[in-house]
Ligand binder design. Sequence first.
Ligand SMILES: Cc1cc2nc3c(=O)[nH]c(=O)nc-3n(C[C@H](O)[C@H](O)[C@H](O)COP(=O)(O)OP(=O)(O)OC[C@H]3O[C@@H](n4cnc5c(N)ncnc54)[C@H](O)[C@@H]3O)c2cc1C
Length: 405
Amino acid sequence: MPDSHYNLVVIGGGVVGLATALEVTRRFPRVRLLVLEKEDRVARHQSGHNSGVIHSGIYYKPGSLKARLCVAGAAAMVEFCRQHGVPHKVCGKVIVATNENELPRLEELSRRGQANGLTGLRMVESGELREIEPHATGVRALVVPSTGITDYAKVCEKYAELISAQGGSILTSSPATAIKRSTKEIVVETPRQVFAADFLINCAGLFSDRISRMAGDDPGITIVPFRGEYYDLIPERASLVRALIYPVPDPRFPFLGVHFTRRIDDSVDAGPNAVLALQREGYRHTDISLRDLAGAISFPGFWRMAAKHWRSGLDEFRRSFSKRAFTRALQRLVPSLQEQDLVPGKSGVRAQALQRDGSLVDDFTFVRSDRMLHVLNVPSPAATASLMIGKAIVQTAADQFERVS
Ligand SMILES: Cc1cc2nc3c(=O)[nH]c(=O)nc-3n(C[C@H](O)[C@H](O)[C@H](O)COP(=O)(O)OP(=O)(O)OC[C@H]3O[C@@H](n4cnc5c(N)ncnc54)[C@H](O)[C@@H]3O)c2cc1C
């Protein structure tokens, strides 16, 4: 017998689950809502282990969900932080072409940014780049003034506070361990309690495919964990970077390449790389899960992906184990950086959906099934876009909640 009944259970207390819950409490205040989070507090995984950048939306294919929700989401995030006193800064960034070969891709980024509605984009030559970032070197750079920084763990805490204030419940240390669908309701089991719900939204990040399978659906994808490792600049050398310095990304990969970020606490870090992790929440080289590994390699798309990307994968592994190689990648942007300027920093693990044909899912992906919605791919810039992702998810399931209101 369930201990209590809710109109909606959200699994996952990361930025996406919380933004979704927040939108429900705002739009449908009569909906009885429960967020289940397996950790002892919110934002313990991707949402608390990221670069803290409020992305402008320049990178994404015009018309894609990523492009639309990021551009609107960045403005909404800045406004949210301003309204609720969450530390943030619109500091702008530079994307630096370090050789002539990268210029066509830089031009293409500028066109994309304009197509996505960004304003204030400006191409600068190396002299002007030096005025903006005195230690950066390149043949040309694109200035993106609307990029900002914040602390997404703090954003999540604020989302959680507002959800609770509006009557929603957030239960931490409560992993969903089984999900059963009957004709009447959905039953979600946790080690201590059992909950019944009319509707379920799965925002479990690195485990969203498993939750989907647990609920009896076939997600058609598997989540591949890519660890992103950072180095911190020692405080005496933090002056090498004023704000954010990015390379021109390789369009074949969903990651942006190692870059420099001045954080909201004024520290500077460099990274993240993108190394295949051997455990879904594997923050260290030594974290290995046989279950996670077996799950990944038995998925048909895994070997197709490996065949396509083995060379860049090996490069990432090399950079992961060799500080010298990591430093060299960064010296392309800031040549005066030295190996001894860097100390190992934290890491995060990205949840990236992989299809059976071996391609990495590019856009945000929400899939609706009977009385459920699975959020299967919300990589970067999902923290930036979270308020808009929450709106889009709730809109997709609005028919369910209108009945309650
Ligand atoms: C290294 C790195 C850098 C990034 N940089 C940026 C950036 O600068 N800007 C940006 O916009 N985005 C960035 N991102 C992306 C962004 O952080 C993620 O897209 C976003 O946090 C995803 O949020 P989420 O809620 O889906 O996932 P998560 O934050 O991972 O939340 C999922 C939650 O589900 C919980 N959960 C899982 N299984 C269960 C279960 N069975 N029961 C209950 N709870 C469960 C987990 O404990 C977790 O708290 C970065 C990501 C990484 C990893």
